[in-house]
Write a protein that binds this ligand. Structure first.
Ligand SMILES: Cc1ncc(COP(=O)(O)O)c(C=O)c1O
Length: 425
């Protein structure tokens, strides 16, 4: 039996009920927030009627950050407008080289989204129709979608409960003669356990593609994610640790053949203009996005440190709350794209926080294997009990670099007011 002072049971055998739509007002926010003005609207909790004019703690906002950087960002955009290098071009090339160096790899290719990054990395790794790719069901839908876009089948492996990342002890059992790659997700900003993944991949001749969409700057045993496997796939969606002024993505790699494939396929399969040697796509990163990202990249480390400081505050302030707090493994540098806690009665908890003016969000309320779009894969409730339990319990607290001390204290106060404090162990 689990006491209040223990971590949750690792492997519950109880099949989860099929998730129901959440209570009114508590809908999960769309993963992809729209423009800044949409943030409140997409996270429905932010759109609540605030009759008492109490300052709300937003779940996420970009306005403060933009106000600080507006001069630099506008100047960088103006340069692109003046030189009219709208597609790829020097701003993207400069950002690619900065980002590759940051990830400690020789190459990086800017693309138009994190989803495209995954799709192109899978193709560069030679994954195609009939192949299988081992990944997790507790992730954003894009991870599995990209596998299907290249004609392969996602084979899910459950997560481990402390970090929400792939349970490496279950990977070997999922390998078949069709397996081509392992696609771990560094969920919420913390690296998956890469050493065993690399060892298994080496032994079975598999590619390793890291989904780094939520983990720009995270490290594993001192090494930056994106430079550990064969390919690292990043999203620059605005809510990520490094976000564009729109869509964007990047693939990092040490493979000369890999970068050649990526560069060709993002640009209609051509290396020489007019010669389309392989199947390609229109997946290039735009010049304006490269320019904005080049500016924002200079602040990434500062922002990651701020995220870590907010997380440290929550960890200390909420240590005696009944919430299960996220675990940061000692060999990892977690960059906290999300501060995802587990709450037993999540809806009631979120309602109480909302009433206290604190917005929260759920990532992810339905695991990928239970999404209707992937019903044909043949999984059902109970297939991945740890992922299903996480989907029932996780809720993310507000955490973004510009969160103020008053705001984070308001969050901690609201949590204590809602749940009380645990007796000391
Ligand atoms: C884990 C994960 N993988 C992939 C993606 C896809 O990235 P994008 O939205 O840029 O296509 C995202 C983010 O949206 C994500 O969180």
């Amino acid at each position: 039996m689990t006491t209040a002072c223990e971590a949750p049971a690792a492997k519950s055998q109880t099949p989860a009920p099929i998730p129901q739509k959440p209570a009114a007002g508590l809908e999960a926010p769309a993963q992809n927030f729209g423009a800044v003005d949409n943030l409140g609207a997409v996270d429905n909790l932010g759109a609540v009627d605030n009759k008492e004019q109490r300052p709300m703690v937003p779940f996420f906002e970009l306005k403060t950050q933009y106000e600080r950087l507006a001069g630099e960002i506008r100047e960088a955009i103006d340069t692109v407008l003046a030189n009219q290098q709208y597609i790829l071009g020097p701003a993207v090339a400069a950002f690619e080289s900065d980002f590759a160096a940051y990830c400690e790899v020789p190459y990086a290719a800017g693309v138009n989204s994190g989803t495209s990054a995954l799709q192109l990395a899978l193709l560069a790794a030679g994954v195609g129709p009939g192949d299988e790719v081992i990944t997790v069901p507790f992730t954003f839908i894009a991870t599995a979608a990209a596998v299907r876009y290249v004609g392969a089948r996602p084979v899910f492996v459950d997560i481990e409960p402390a970090t929400f990342n792939i349970d490496v002890t279950r990977i070997e059992a999922a390998i078949t003669s069709r397996t081509k790659a392992i696609l771990p997700v560094h969920l919420f900003g913390q690296s998956a356990d890469m050493d065993p993944i690399l060892a298994i991949a080496r032994q079975h001749g598999l590619a390793v593609i890291e989904d780094c969409a939520q983990a720009h700057g995270a490290t594993y045993k001192g090494k930056r994610v994106g430079g550990i496997g064969d390919f690292g796939c990043f999203s620059f969606y605005p809510t990520k640790n490094l976000g564009a002024a729109g869509e964007g993505g990047m693939v990092t790699t040490s493979s000369p053949d890999g970068i050649r494939s990526l560069r060709m396929r993002r640009d209609w399969g051509q290396e020489t203009r007019g010669f389309h040697d392989v199947e390609g796509f229109n997946m290039r990163l735009e010049g304006i996005q490269g320019a904005v990202l080049g500016v924002k990249f200079r602040y990434l480390e500062e922002w990651n440190e701020k995220r870590r400081a907010h997380a440290a505050f929550y960890r200390e302030a909420l240590a005696d709350s009944p919430l299960v707090l996220p675990v940061e493994l000692p060999h990892n540098r977690h960059v906290y794209n999300q501060f995802a806690v587990r709450a037993q009665d999540r809806d009631a908890f979120r309602q109480a926080l909302l009433a206290a003016g604190v917005n929260t969000a759920i990532y992810y309320s339905i695991p990928v294997h239970l999404q209707k779009a992937h019903a044909d894969l043949g999984y059902g409730p109970g297939s991945f009990p740890v992922a299903e339990a996480a989907a029932r319990q996780v809720v993310s607290l507000p955490l973004f670099p510009e969160l103020t001390e008053q705001q984070r204290e308001a969050v901690a106060g609201a949590v204590h007011a809602s749940l009380g404090r645990r007796p000391a162990c």
